[in-house]
Ligand binder design. Sequence first.
Ligand code: ADP
Ligand code: NA
Length: 317
Amino acid sequence: MQPSGQPTLGNYIGALKNYVKLQHTHDCYFMVVDMHAVTVPQDPAALKEQTESVTALYLAAGLDPNVATVFLQSTVHAHAELGWLMTTLTYMGELERMTQFKDKSAGKDSVGAGLFTYPSLMVADILLYNADLVPVGDDQKQHLELTRDLAQRFNTRFGETFTIPEPYIPKVGARIMSLDDASKKMSKSSPNAGSYIAMLDAPDVIRKKISRAVTDSGREVKFDPQQKPEVSNLISIYAECSDKTIADIEAQYEGQGYGPFKKDLAEAVVATLEPIQIRYNEIRKSGELYEVLKQGKERAAAQAEVMLKQVKEKMGF
Ligand code: ADP
Ligand code: NA
């Protein structure tokens, strides 16, 4: 996750929730990708604060640093180094096709070169650990395809080295949409705070944002992403924040309109986020982050160095 703003409910449902699940069945590495965040201008003090905040949210959501390796990308130098080597293997055309680059650069006069090449750095983030599985939201599918292509390309040119990773994308909740516009994904880098629910939004802010969320003019609580994208997005959020299925929710609010549905949805979101917020505040107070990150950096660097050395030897360094 990038420390580029306040992590949202979309980041939680699409990614973080699955990190927590997978840590018990897999040998996991979870980093905060601070070097990706600087592909757009960041205020240094804000970057530092957001980096600590995202790390604390990882732990508050349930990542156990004794089970999974939790670290900052910038503290493990092998990322920058393999990132460069991967950039040299990437074709301009592959980067030009990236929809995320097109979205993030659209209408801007000056676009940093790093925004263009960062998918190659992401390739390195994944391949350094020989990852089998990468838990991501739907928006990262294309970057994962590039990772698979580059792993294959390297193996073909220089000999069998990398595992070809698979994306792990949730069936429901892989693409949580904005509350003000269901054609855009919910994102922490949106300038409009009403368009997302931040994981750290106070309960009353969450209630207000959900009550103001855009719906269509009908009154049927029905899951139909084509005809009713706004309501369908809210139903997905509800299903992910409760033990109800989409069908349960449709049945429960049949003939009742949006009012009662939105009210209960807000409470389900509050019930999901409030315990995380309480743990978050404890973690920030305790100062335990520094020790966690130091340990994580050592574990990650040990693994990454071995891989980088192999790669450099194969390339003729
Ligand atoms: P953002 O766009 O909010 O800045 P990041 O680029 O930091 O998000 O992505 C962190 C993780 O969260 C990625 O795995 C990404 O696929 C996932 N993610 C981001 N936004 C959403 C969303 N709206 N719905 C589901 N998953 C998302
Ligand atoms: Na559910």
